[in-house]
Ligand binder design. Structure first.
Ligand code: ADP
Ligand code: MG
Ligand code: ZN
Length: 611
């Protein structure tokens, strides 16, 4: 293969893309020439293509190691696949790091015609990275087992130190280094420190700025995910939750409802998004301070992967720092604890210092920026209407649920129009989205596999009238056109003759109302949690809020009478403003939930007395 090898034809044919993204072609050619390489490219930059394309045009196999491959899905677990792999039938062989560490895997792989190894998410190999995975360390023997095979490392988040670690651990030989810029000019970073109540009202205010767009909200705990979903539903904003304790079916269904545009707001814990593939996310909102800049960059970076304007909003509270510090203190390994502190200080600096957010992120990753002011972050004067408004006094609402409706600020509508969220095509877009939802259900594949968001946008712009024209739409290669082409053309012509998407069914729930009804039916908290698909703590939290607001009477059956007495006397000594000191002062068998209920009752009493 020479540098003259035509790569555009396969790019067009298999992926339906017209051109390479920055660095892609150079990485592909370097891999084809047999060099080791280290590629650092932001999330969404298109790393997969860098190893998939050379594999496709070669007669050999690329061994792809990714932590996202669960051991169970590991391709190499079936004997048929193993045999076929040996005879070179696969261009891509995905392997989990655990699998690769096994001796029998190595001896088998030696019989597979491997062209090169691609290590995805390579920062997992470094203890200095924010996602260190011990099983990645075992990849360091890859070189010894396969001295002849090139190794290419790919990552989206690596400081200089982590890059150095990657090169060393994988024993790369004079690697070609490709480091894309970490600057994402289409993103606007807005950081705001806020109080508890203020945060909820800000969240609503922010979300109302993206009425028709996909948004991810990151919450720090499972309980916060559920509370936030309930809270938003109460505010008339449909949202789905996503966290690790959900049963797999619900989690998958929620993710699919969001990726197929049925529900626009997804509230998740950090666990969400490892494999997420949605390009048209217009905002990522964090409800607490992340553990590190790398983590923040990666999560916030899920916004605007289509290259259009998008916002990354960090609404943090002082108490987040206490919680982060608490977790770091629990780390037993002194070196790891020290690394935890360094990340902690870096993210605090990011949030608190008065320096351009874009340039802080770039310099964290060792990139020197030429500008000092970016015009796309809060520090550089990108003050938003909702940010300024929040400085006004908030009404004295004690709990989240009693928060009043906030005014709808449409300040980003200009940006939205620019980025094509609104405008003449929105009906067509809704219609094609509906088509995509139906197709994805019919075929049992995720919506983004049927058609990627960016393809959907391009399709609506170009409105092809023939299969040949459809091939010109981004993301439509031969296979996709063959699979869906006629069906899409039919949908487009139905639209042209007046067909429109049916309005989405209102599946809104009323968390408070539902809970009150279930209590009135005599259900206990566990039953309500099951019926409502919530964790027990979230149900009790909601009930406590209702008690505090005087919408529900406290029932003495909820908390054992001896415990009630202990909690009450602790409250008399320590006050009822904070729960944590109460929990610490009380015996461990008294739960947070029990304390919360009693405190709610006492607060309600106090409120009534002072009225
Ligand atoms: P990364 O692994 O770097 O986060 P992916 O490999 O998942 O990114 O690619 C992100 C998105 O960009 C995918 O939807 C992919 O189809 C798209 N993409 C990749 N390369 C190109 C290209 N040359 N032109 C258009 N879209 C591309
Ligand atoms: Mg990737
Ligand atoms: Zn700036």
């Amino acid at each position: 293969m020479t540098s003259a090898t035509d790569l555009l034809t396969p790019l067009r044919r298999y992926w339906g893309f017209d051109s390479f993204r920055p660095l892609q072609e150079r990485v592909v050619r370097s891999l084809m020439a047999g060099h080791d390489s280290c590629v650092v490219m932001p999330t969404g930059g298109g790393k997969s293509l860098c190893y998939q394309l050379p594999a496709l045009v070669s007669e050999k196999t690329a061994g792809v190691i990714s932590p996202l491959i669960a051991l169970m899905q590991d391709q190499a677990r079936q004997s048929v696949v193993m045999r076929e792999a040996e005879s070179g039938e696969y261009r891509l062989l995905y392997l989990s790091p655990e699998r690769l560490a096994r001796a029998d895997t190595i001896s088998w792989l030696k019989r597979v015609p491997v062209a090169f190894f691609a290590i995805d998410e390579a920062h997992c190999i470094s203890e200095w990275g924010h996602e260190f995975r011990p099983e990645y360390r075992q990849l360091s023997c890859l070189r010894a087992h396969f001295p002849e095979r090139p190794i290419a490392a790919f990552t989206a988040s690596a400081t200089q130190r982590v890059r150095h670690d990657i090169l060393e651990q994988l024993q790369l030989r004079e690697p070609h280094k490709y480091i894309a810029s970490f600057h994402r000019p289409n993103l606007r970073y807005l950081v705001k420190e806020c109080h508890d109540r203020e945060q909820s009202s800000l969240l609503v205010r922010v979300l109302r700025n993206y009425p028709n767009a996909n948004v991810i909200v990151y919450a720090p705990t499972i309980a916060r995910v559920e509370e936030t979903v309930d809270f938003l539903e109460e505010q008339g904003i449909a949202a789905v939750g996503y966290h690790g304790k959900m049963d797999t079916d619900t989690r998958r269904r929620n993710q699919e409802r969001w990726t197929s545009d049925e529900v626009r707001v997804l509230v998740g814990t950090i666990a969400f998004g490892l494999g997420i593939n949605k390009a048209t996310v217009r905002a990522v909102i964090h409800l607490s301070l992340p553990k590190s800049i790398e983590q923040y960059y990666q999560e916030a970076g899920r916004a605007g992967r289509d290259g259009e304007a998008a916002d990354c909003i960090l609404l943090w509270q002082k108490r987040d720092t206490g919680l982060l510090a608490h977790f770091i203190e629990q780390v037993t390994d002194p070196a790891e604890r020290e690394r935890g502190w360094q990340r902690y200080h870096a993210i605090r600096r990011f949030a608190e210092s008065g320096q351009c957010r874009h340039s802080q992120i770039c310099s964290h990753f060792g990139e020197k920026t030429k500008w000092t002011s970016c015009a796309a972050c809060d520090v550089c004067g990108c003050e938003s209407q909702w940010l300024l408004k929040s400085m006004e006094a908030e009404p004295p609402a004690r709990t989240q649920l009693s928060m009043p409706e906030v005014t709808h600020v449409q300040e980003t509508s200009a940006r939205a129009a620019e980025s094509g969220i609104t405008g003449a095509d929105s009906e067509l877009r809704d219609y094609i989205r509906e088509w995509r939802r139906e197709m994805s259900k019919e075929q049992g594949v995720p919506a983004y596999i049927v058609m990627h968001d960016t393809s959907l946008e391009d399709l609506c712009r170009r409105r092809p009238t023939s299969l040949a024209e459809l091939l010109g739409v981004s993301g439509f290669g031969e296979r996709k056109t063959e699979l869906y082409g006629q069906s899409i053309l039919d949908a487009l012509s139905r639209f042209a003759t007046g067909a429109r998407a049916a309005p989405l069914p209102e599946k809104r729930t009323r968390p408070a109302e539902d809970t009150l009804r279930l209590l009135a039916e005599g259900r206990n908290f566990e039953e309500i949690a099951r019926i409502r698909g919530r964790q027990l703590a979230s149900v009790v939290g909601l009930v406590a809020d209702l008690v505090e607001k005087g919408k529900l009477d406290f029932q003495s059956a909820w908390v054992d009478s001896d415990k009630q007495k202990s909690i009450e006397s602790a409250c008399a000594r320590l006050g009822i403003q904070w729960l944590k000191p109460l929990k610490e002062a009380l015996p461990p068998e008294i739960t947070f939930e029990e304390i919360r209920l009693i405190v709610a009752r006492l607060r309600q009493q106090k409120l009534r007395e002072s009225a």
